[in-house]
Design a protein around this ligand. Structure first.
Ligand code: DGJ
Length: 399
């Protein structure tokens, strides 16, 4: 066989239905954010997502924006090349399918009619399913997804939960509900404190602390106030229920933060005993200024640290607009040694499925402040050169 014929055959074997040839990656685009293809050659659909290591692989969960609102999952050995693991949780097109489709019958077949109605209400295909985040419960062995579960007009403002025995699913939708709020007498008279905004849960994320306690972080009160609530030991519900109001105590079971600050897209991480919370502003799909807070305790005092994005001459995307991204997650690569990646979405509001992923190294100063910079075409070895603050201290001390 001639070499050119062999090449053509090989290329056609690897060309996906989209006609793109997947090329093995060994770097992150960073700020330039070209289309990121999976190992089949299709554009990765994991927007508003989260990446973490579970077992011996990295897992990327996120929103599908290509035709339906099923939740997508990808796996990787190296963080550059991602294999599509299929839909983790599927939405349902008709109520009838819960009774007739084998996939849904398997998950929901033993529910009562009313319970199935509630499932349909939560994950029918015109619902908003955004910012899914995955958490593994080592004690129960289960995998749990929390997500922003909403109506198409964002009026439900609820958090959804789904559970599975395997990381790849199928995930069974459990419930969607609003979350914590203060007792009535503790609210003031700001417009966003009105009764109809209390308990809202929209943009959200999860955080698992070193002792296994997990938290949900969410934009509430019409996206003007951030809440953090402790989850139960199974990670399937709040630790202390939202009703009756007052049972869960502010500062003990949840914390109400930054009232009126109008923050979205929370992403929390922990480094050197401090908690960090990066957030965006709230301007729909349009980029805005990032801002982060630091605390010694999750239910303690959070200090406003300002915008972590640093402007430099001639950078293509403005730092004061988070380099045209919105935070979605901080990826812990090697937390003990200060190695974290900022994951941002560069939304394309006119064609959401073509929204891009901007991954940037998180710089940490010796005194613990973080910064983000306009970095392109970088790989994991870069993290060795910028931070490792504790590692550097150790080296200094050992001298
Ligand atoms: C901003 C949020 O961060 C996104 O997740 C999405 O809900 C858009 N708003 C919708 O406009």
């Amino acid at each position: 066989m001639k070499q050119t014929t062999l090449l053509l055959i090989l290329v056609s074997v690897f060309v996906s239905v989209n006609g793109q040839v997947p090329i093995a990656q060994d770097a992150f685009d960073g700020i330039t954010a070209n289309v990121w293809l999976d190992t089949d050659g299709n554009s990765i659909q994991a927007h508003g997502g989260q990446v973490q290591k579970i077992g011996d692989k990295w897992w990327w969960i996120g929103e599908n924006r290509d035709g339906n609102r099923n939740i997508c999952l990808y796996s990787s050995d190296d963080l550059y090349n991602w294999k599509n693991e299929g839909y983790a949780m599927r939405v349902v097109s008709t109520r009838e399918m819960l009774d007739t489709d084998p996939y849904f019958k398997n998950l929901y077949g033993n529910l009562t009619r009313a319970e199935k109605d509630a499932v349909y209400d939560g994950i029918r295909s015109n619902r908003v399913i955004e910012r899914p985040k995955l958490i593994h419960n080592e004690k129960t062995g289960k995998y749990i997804i929390w997500f922003h579960a909403d109506d198409s007009n964002y009026g439900a403002a609820a958090a959804g939960v789904a559970i599975a025995d395997e990381i790849t699913g199928p995930y069974r939708f459990i419930n969607r509900s609003r979350l914590h709020r203060l007792p009535d007498e503790e609210y003031g008279d700001e417009w966003y404190e009105a009764a109809n905004y209390r308990g809202f849960a929209r943009d959200m994320n999860l955080f698992k602390d070193d002792d296994g306690t997990a938290y949900i972080i969410y934009s509430s009160e019409e996206n003007r106030t951030m809440f953090i609530s402790r989850l139960n030991n199974d990670y399937t519900d709040l630790a202390v229920p939202q009703t009756p109001v007052g049972l869960a105590k502010n500062g003990v079971d949840f914390i109400r933060l930054f009232p009126g600050a109008q923050r979205e897209a929370p992403a929390m991480f922990k480094y050197n005993g401090k908690y960090y919370l990066i957030t965006s502003g709230a301007t729909g799909w349009t980029p805005n200024q990032a801002r982060y807070w630091m605390a010694d305790e999750i239910f303690g005092q959070w200090k406003d640290m300002g915008d972590p994005c640093v402007s430099e001459p001639d950078i293509p995307y403005p730092a004061h607009l988070t380099f045209r991204t919105q935070s979605t997650n901080i990826l812990p690569i090697d937390p003990a040694n200060g190695k974290f990646i900022y994951m941002g979405d560069r939304w394309n509001s006119g064609n959401l499925k073509d929204s891009r992923y901007v991954w940037l190294p998180v710089f940490i100063s010796p005194t613990g402040e973080i910064s983000l910079h306009s970095v392109s075409n970088w790989d994991l070895s870069f993290l060795e050169t910028i931070n490792n603050v504790l590692g550097n201290l150790k080296t200094v001390n050992n001298k």
